[in-house]
Design a protein around this ligand. Sequence first.
Ligand code: OGA
Ligand code: MN
Length: 286
Amino acid sequence: MPRFEVRPFGDVLGADIVGFPFDDFSQDDVDEMRRAWIEHSVVRFRDTDIDDATQIRFSSCLGPFVIHPRQLQQGKHTGHPEILVISNKKKEDGSPAGDLGDGEVRWHTDTWFKERPPSAAILRALEVPPTGGDTYFSSMYRAYETLAPELKKAVEGRSIHHQTVYDGRGEIRLGMSKPESDDVRTWPGVAHPIVRTHGESGRKALYLGGSPKYSWIIGLPLDESRAILDQLWAHVANPDFVWRQVWKKGDMVMWDNRCVMHRRDSFAPDAIRLMHRTTIEGERPV
Ligand code: OGA
Ligand code: MN
């Protein structure tokens, strides 16, 4: 018998997990929860009253951690290297105490420019602004299933060259420099299939990564690639596949980074938003 209840939000994505025994849970409880998560792609726990150590123990039942380089940057961690702080808070010297600031974050999947992007991200709200900063999740299963037939055919068997020079905000990544050529096809990057098959559910999902601007569909002329990518990126924002999380303090949301994209609204700079995030290793997309 599960020790908690699963309440789906609808038939596209998302479910509340109600009554998860955070005070006293076993690997079996997390495995049971994981099955619901695979089915619904995003799960939410409300009114959690847990500390970092509990979030870390819960997350460790899902697989090995990904330690983001920024997690180790001085002062951004919380004493637990497994936790990435997502916040607009500032340290005493005025430098950022967390990642992502107060700005809008556009549609993406996390760390798409790595060979093995994470499988799961677990984000827990410690402080939330009165308005703004909502997070939206879009089902890439549904996006794939509803692609126009000619678009489905155009991307079948194809991969995207995800360049690794610029990040999602258009800034040069650490250790990279401006390429000599404007031709993105010559830039360093990683290739991932546009349609990936989820290793656990067996379902096909659209996989676009996180930065439309410099992406290229390998093997296609640049203009053709651009036209197809623009159509694909417009498609994932279809409100029919999207669920919106309006955060309350104590919410913890866990998304499947293999089959959902997410984005975030901006919020007022004088408000404080503080989230603690853990991230779990994933497989190479196939
Ligand atoms: C992230 C992210 C969205 C948010 O942590 O990867 O995109 O709502 N966060 O802060
Ligand atoms: Mn993200």
